[in-house]
Write a new protein. Structure first.
Length: 184
């Protein structure tokens, strides 16, 4: 009696890989424990934890009102999309972090983690004009401070050794006690 072994899939049985319905480019990394870190936002890092069905946001720099507002907008956005339970939004165990649980099972067969990551990408796309505005505003401030306008209301002021009404060199001041008042 011969032994029959079947190894691998035959070309007839291999199913074609389904095409993605939508795609998006983001700066993201996968950690060793399977978490997805999305690093595109200027204020926060967003971590999707598929094993815990949780979204965590951590401030990139110091905690400020801008960071808290960003975290609040993100979780409101995800709540409006029906991905995050609004009762689960809370402060995380890391200073300045905020977290929320997302729905673990999908009724239409799609992977909830993929949907959450995709919608976070849509949130970041909506925020991009604000990133550009903040960057332009910061560049304008740096330029204004480092390269000031060299003229005044009266025009260009020429360089001189002494300017103003008080001499700065070659003059000694004499102070007498008779003009000092009653406390001298």
């Amino acid at each position: 009696m011969p032994i029959v072994m079947k190894v691998g899939d035959s070309p007839e049985e291999a199913q074609p890989e389904p095409k993605p319905q939508a795609s998006m480019e983001m700066v993201a990394r996968k950690t060793l424990d399977g978490n997805i870190m999305i690093l595109d936002h200027i204020d926060v890092d967003i971590i999707v934890m598929p094993t815990e069905n949780k979204v965590l946001t951590i401030a990139k720099g110091s905690l400020s009102e801008d960071v808290y507002d960003t975290q609040d907008r993100l979780f409101r956005f995800l709540t409006q999309k029906g991905l995050v339970d609004p009762g689960s939004v809370r402060s995380g165990n890391v200073y300045g972090s905020m977290e929320a649980a997302y729905v673990a099972e999908s009724y239409n067969g799609s992977d909830p983690t993929e949907v959450v990551v995709f919608d976070i990408g849509k949130f970041i796309e909506e925020e991009r004009p604000y990133f550009a505005y903040d960057e332009k505003h910061e560049q304008d401030n740096i330029e204004r401070i480092t390269q000031p306008d060299e003229s005044t209301e009266l025009g260009k002021v020429p360089q001189e050794a002494d300017k103003g009404v008080l001499p700065t060199t070659g003059h000694t001041w004499k102070i007498s006690n008779k003009n000092m008042g009653p406390f001298s």
